[in-house]
Write a protein that binds this ligand. Structure first.
Ligand code: NAD
Length: 493
């Protein structure tokens, strides 16, 4: 029998009003920890996208002409609202994504920092001026917003990734249309309600829920000036090519396969903590997760037993339980894909030192006593070769691969074979090794004794190779440049 929550289809935000999608189709949004149905996400249509773009285009001239100092005041109010609602947003992220409360709180914090960055827009979007570029002639460079821009986001950071985009796009004077992940759309609606409370005028921020049809409509709509995308590599490549073919500015942040190199001189207890939190935090569903550890020299003998012992002891369960150290993965289909990746690793000849599938049937039970939730315990492979899929493909689950390398140079060469270049980490007590690593590794987010070299709002999120498509990255001055056009005025009086 259908419960009230099963009939609850979440709404779109169009022209400043919350509206029901006209689509007859909606996807269930289960809590990954319990299987409980939280709501449904409508699969909105291309017509509904066109309508949202039209309403945003109407709102844009007044928003563009609103002094940036007033726009920044809305950012300050949003920052205060996010602080006031931190725990509620944290709980929302945990409920729809499954990550632990600590992880969810961390991502909301990282999102708040982008709002804090955007509070500085009156300084950030200043131009430049030069008097007497010729006799009696002056030149001024001003930054102008682009118009209506779109953001398409993934399931794994339902609060932080929308907040990588919207604050900077909006503070710079653009209208922003958001297409959240259809798997984790609830926090986006809550964020949008806070944006309205902070004082955003109608039509400046819109949300159109859905999947491919909504994305395709955004990529081809002539009213959209720029597209920000974060998601898997094949979709990023498609979004980049398609939006560019329609004349749009695009930044597409993509998938990853991140390596952590552990030097023989590393503090092994610390290295083990770093590797475990990086590989198994967010149940491995993190684009900065280190999923391959390359041990240099005799580091393997000392590190691997620690990794296996501690990973085996990790408390896996509902992220809403404060004792939980690792939550479930996002969906049963995803669970099946991760299990298949483990089976493939075994077929390819790697040694499965810790099999996270073993306890799979011990997932928590719901109130009716039925097994529920999409649980997998940590898995660790050793004797992984560079040609194996374990070393090459993004699994996006709690699976760690250990590869040996004789020297640091060999380890760097192994990591650099990857087609991805999102992040790379070294654990070492040697400054020379750290320096060699950071100068030669082909990745944009580099950690030295830091498991997740996470995004810092004031800097670009700098993925390389097939982890990024575009020129200007998310956040920091790159984002200010991405969301603004430059106008150079030369005048004589
Ligand atoms: P995904 O690519 O499946 O979905 C991302 C967005 O694209 C969603 O809004 C989805 O509706 C849309 N989409 C999916 N398939 C589409 C298609 N065929 N055509 C058009 N649109 C489509 O990604 P996901 O599973 O939600 O997120 C996980 C992926 O995101 C991982 O690969 C991860 O590495 C990556 N990611 C990257 C970063 C980064 O900063 N580089 C950050 C977070 C996540």
């Amino acid at each position: 029998m259908a419960t009230a929550s099963e009939t609850h289809v979440i709404q779109n935000l169009v022209g400043g009003a919350w509206v029901d999608s006209r689509s007859q189709q909606a996807l269930p949004i289960p809590n990954p920890a319990t299987g409980e149905l939280l709501a449904r996400a409508p699969l909105s249509t291309a017509d509904e996208v066109r309508e949202a773009v039209a309403r945003a285009a109407e709102a844009w001239p007044a928003w563009r002409d609103t002094p940036v100092i007033e726009r920044a005041r809305i950012m300050f109010r949003m920052r205060d609202l996010l602080e006031a609602h931190l725990e509620e947003l944290t709980a929302s992220v945990t409920a729809e994504n499954g990550k632990t409360l600590g992880e969810a709180r961390g991502e909301v914090r990282r999102g708040i920092e982008v709002v804090e960055f955007a509070c500085g827009m009156p300084s950030l979007m200043q131009g430049a001026a030069l008097g007497d570029v010729s006799r009696g002639i002056d030149t001024t460079m001003l930054r102008a917003p682009l118009g209506v821009v779109a953001g398409i986001t993934p399931f794994n950071f339902p609060a932080m990734i929308p907040l990588w985009m919207a604050p900077i796009a909006l503070a710079a004077g653009n209208c922003f249309i958001h297409k959240p992940s259809e798997r984790t759309p609830l926090t986006s609606n809550r964020l949008a309600a806070l944006w309205l409370e902070a004082g955003l005028p109608a039509g400046v921020l819109s949300i159109v829920h859905g999947a491919k049809e909504v994305v395709d409509a955004l990529l081809s709509d002539p009213g959209i000036a720029a597209v920000s995308f974060v998601g898997s590599q094949p979709v990023a490549a498609y979004v980049y090519a398609t939006a560019a073919a329609h004349g749009k500015r695009v930044q597409a942040l993509a998938g990853a396969k991140n390596f952590v190199v552990v030097a023989p001189d590393a503090n092994m207890a610390q290295a083990a903590e770093i590797v475990l939190s990086s590989a198994f935090g967010n149940a491995g569903e993190r684009c900065l997760a280190s999923s391959v550890v390359v041990t240099v020299g005799d580091a393997a003998e000392r590190l691997t037993p620690l990794l296996v012992e501690r990973a085996r002891a990790l408390r896996v369960g509902d992220g809403a339980d404060s004792a939980t150290e690792m939550g479930p993965v996002i969906r049963s289909e995803h669970l099946a894909r991760v299990r298949a990746a483990i089976a493939r690793g075994v077929e390819e000849g790697a040694r499965l030192a810790l099999d996270g599938r073993e306890d799979a049937d011990e997932s928590p039970e719901d109130a009716r006593g039925e097994a529920s939730g999409y649980y997998l315990r940590p898995s660790i492979f050793t004797e992984v070769g560079p040609e194996m899929s374990l070393a090459r493909e993004e699994i996006f689950g709690p699976v760690l691969s250990v590869m040996p390398a004789p020297t640091l140079d060999d380890a760097i060469a192994l990591a650099n074979r990857s087609r991805f270049g999102n992040a790379a980490v070294i654990c070492t007590t040697s400054g020379a090794a750290a320096r060699a690593f950071q100068m030669r590794i082909e990745a944009g987010m580099v950690g030295v004794n830091i498991g997740v070299p996470g995004p810092v709002a004031w800097f670009p999120f700098a993925g390389w190779k097939q982890s990024f498509y575009g020129d200007l990255h998310a956040t920091g001055m790159d984002a200010v440049n991405f969301y603004t056009e430059r106008r150079v005025v030369t005048s004589r009086w």
